[in-house]
Ligand binder design. Sequence first.
Ligand code: PLP
Length: 389
Amino acid sequence: MSPSATTRPLNHAIISDCLPPKSHPNGYVTANAPPPPPAELDASALLFTPTTLVRTVPEPNSPEILSQSACTDHMITASWTQSQGWSSPEMKPYGPFSLMPTASVLHYATECFEGLKAYRGFDGKLRLFRPDRNCNRMLVSSARVALPTVPPKELEKLMKALLAIDGPKWLPKSRPGKFIYLRPAIIATHPALGVQKPKEALLFIIACFLPCLDEPAAVATPQSPVAVTPHCNRGLKLLASSDDMIRAWPGGYGYAKIGANYGPSLVAQASARERGCEQILWLFGDDCYVTEAGASNFFVVWGTREGGLELVTAPLEERLILDGVTRASVLELARERLCGGGKETVKVVERGFTMFELAEAVEEGRIIEAFAAGTAVGYLSLSLLPILG
Ligand SMILES: *Cc1c(COP(=O)(O)O)cnc(C)c1O
């Protein structure tokens, strides 16, 4: 008996009409075949659509730069779904996204980000500062808000690709020492109001201009949300946070670079500005532990009562502070270069220290200096008295 139409072996000719082309190397799919695993992000699959706009590079600390909204020609995006994984990343003209009003990020702060600078060196080379650290930290942050992971190596390659295209024009060789700020971020685009782990997300990387805080020409303008004045001349003033403005707590998410940490800090930051301070000094607990300064890590150099010198900063263990790349670099450099023994030896200590200890040290004249360290701010020295006032 000849096989009936329904029992004929499935072959390519028969099913070619009802399957998308090349859906399977053999030309057919069995009902039980497992779906392909979600794709990993693959920087080598980057697609490129060059911009057609002709834009000019803003002058250092021009109103455009002070507005902190000027970006370069291109951005990189890649979308993710739970079932398919990552799409091929795309480099395309910088511009707006389209999102559904139900997108998870707009309601539940399902967002994480990174920030690092690309520098034009005095030797003419473009450099990123320890980008592997930022890429690894993005893993930690994305995991805390149920976002998909981006393999650190692929993220690093994508940032370098953006820089390879936009760096030569926007960080010209004629401006050695200048930098641009790279901002990778992941947002949950999943269009559903249900409070749940998002099934769709978008990675994007933009390159934005930030004011150069040590440029003497910088002045505050109505467009500028920051008072950009030469801190190098007069130090930085911090306002201690109040009891109803706690940045982070044990079991929370202060260690993650996620949007949820920043929106709620802006009221405190604005009140600091109103009182003539640049930033908030974040304190924690009844003992007033000193944790961070604004979005940067905080260090004090003081003399101990025993007559030694100490560089002290809050520890990572309680997960109250962000594990700053600049913080880690300061600690490494200090341990390498200032701990050698001899008179100028500085002991490097990561431990909880309180506002009361700081006040005592001021009273006893033991404070040598204090500074905030973070990518966006660079290193800034503080004038200590206003902190305590
Ligand atoms: C980004 C950030 C820092 C500084 O981290 P770097 O890696 O040095 O730029 C410190 N604290 C907070 C809260 C931050 O968001």
